[in-house]
Design a protein around this ligand. Structure first.
Ligand code: KMH
Ligand code: ZN
Length: 310
């Protein structure tokens, strides 16, 4: 058993699920702020954040919308603010970087390769759609390529990492993404420790099965050794089993309504905090301790909350 503390990340709203899928998905600035603060109080040390148009719930890259919830979160919690650079499925790289470049957070996500990123099956579930944009947005992913070229990744490392001291949640959806990360490490463009978020169960990425988890973990050990801080998220119903397995194997965990709307089979989670409470109780039942935000900052060598532009 690993003595290190377990960092719980919580991804509050994301850009995958749409408002009609759950009444509990926060979409307004107040809703996102409240949900994030509650998740931090429940034990999340890192809050992974996207923004949504307050009127329609559609993902937006507008810094003015982020400005309606980030100050509240920053004032009410000590949790690490981690902004997406993946954004929403129709955004350009410049749009994806607008809010991170403005707020200069301690952490941002960094998606480690281009890929098919398909959520179109969600469009065909029987749902009463609240907004016109939802079904076409989901269906459009049949032909969507989530662009993260070597040039894009290098640009994000330069613009956010080098210029603003932001460090990254390296999102790796497949084995190749680990080798892409190793390329940037070899070129010394990024420095350890590396938070490597391995992602299972996105259509277009590696599947949510135990063999996949094992090979991702062994490849991380081989490529990065002790420089890696390994974390796991799995989409949908695999969320809790994979987070549990990660904790048992010495990893960190990510939960949140971005990744799964459920708390148990067929039962919607009533909040992000409910998922944080659940994984926290699993972690503690395993005899492990969760990391405080200060401990997460130390483990990940973050610049500190006072250096954010908020
Ligand atoms: N929803 C996750 C599978 C990002 O924000 O950069 C992907 C994600 C991407 O978190
Ligand atoms: Zn995200």
């Amino acid at each position: 058993m690993c003595a290190q503390k377990v960092i719980i990340s919580c991804a509050i709203t994301g850009a995958i699920h749409t408002p009609s899928m759950s009444p509990y998905l926060p979409v307004t600035p107040d809703g996102i702020a409240r949900s994030a603060i509650d998740a931090a109080e429940a034990g999340a040390a890192i809050l992974h954040l996207h923004a949504r148009d307050p009127a329609t719930g559609r993902p937006t890259s507008e810094p003015t919308v982020y400005a309606q919830f980030l100050p509240q979160i920053h004032a009410a919690t000590d949790a690490v603010i981690n902004l997406t650079t993946g954004g929403g499925l129709t955004m350009t790289i410049d749009q994806r970087l607008a809010a991170p470049m403005h707020f200069r957070p301690e952490m941002c996500s960094l998606n480690m390769g281009s890929m098919n990123f398909a959520i179109f099956p969600l469009a065909e579930r029987p749902t009463e759609w609240k907004h016109d944009w939802e079904q076409p947005y989901l269906r459009g992913t049949k032909d969507f390529i989530f662009r993260n070229t070597f040039g894009d990744i290098e640009g994000i490392i330069e613009r956010l990492g080098k210029d603003h001291g932001t460090r990254f949640e390296h999102e790796c959806y497949d084995l190749s993404h680990l080798y892409n990360l190793a390329h940037f490490v070899d070129r010394k463009l990024i420095e350890p420790p590396f938070l490597i978020q391995t992602i299972f169960g996105i259509l277009g990425g590696i599947g949510a099965d135990w063999e996949a988890l094992a090979i991702m973990k062994s490849t991380i050990d081989r490529l990065f050794g002790t420089a890696a801080e390994w974390s796991v998220l799995a989409a949908g119903r695999s969320q809790m089993p994979f987070a549990t397995e990660a904790a048992m194997r010495g990893g960190h965990v990510r939960v949140g309504l971005e990744d799964s709307l459920y708390i148990a089979r067929g039962r919607l989670a009533s909040s992000n905090a409910e998922q944080v409470h659940k994984i926290r109780s699993v972690v503690e039942a395993l005899g492990l301790e969760i990391a405080t935000p200060a401990e997460a900052r130390a483990l990940l060598a973050l610049k500190g909350r006072e250096l954010i532009n908020l």
